[in-house]
Design a protein around this ligand. Sequence first.
Ligand code: ADP
Length: 173
Amino acid sequence: MKKGERVALFPGSFDPYTNGHLDLALRAAALFDRVVVAVAHNPAKTSLFTPEERVNLIRESAHGHANITAIHFVGLVVDCAQRVGAHVIIRGLRAVSDFEFEFQMALMNRRLSPGLEIAFLMPSQEYTYLNSTLVKEVAKHGGRIHGLVPPVVEKALLAKYGQRAARGAGRRK
Ligand code: ADP
């Protein structure tokens, strides 16, 4: 980390990274010197993509934006922020429904680390309805996800569900 550099941490599950997440990362990259997209690895939760896969997809989607990097972490967001030298946490607000949970978490994180600021950014209107769960559900049933996720994520989703479908077909025989 360089002296005086303004680093923002953008934490989340990113299972997988959507165009809504990318929209936010790009907005943050225009405001800060460096944005670290941090994939939260919660071993108690099942995820479609491994933390390493999620990090790679974020890195590949950030192509051309050298100040966006990706890592994965276990544990508290505030500890991860300290490790990477971030003084700001970025979170997204899509609708009023996001507010209550985000507000609680922001106040808790500030209590845990008083020097930390939490900044909320709003995505472009076209991504306000988008979330990873919905994208997975559509992809799983063969719906069109083009334009909802970066091209590398689209390919990875098709590969995952293609493989699963093939395994399922094998079992049915
Ligand atoms: P988490 O499990 O921590 O909520 P997510 O991957 O779902 O992780 O989201 C990470 C952050 O990105 C959250 O602040 C969430 O509000 C924001 N986010 C998710 N989807 C969008 C979207 N379509 N537009 C803008 N922000 C989003």
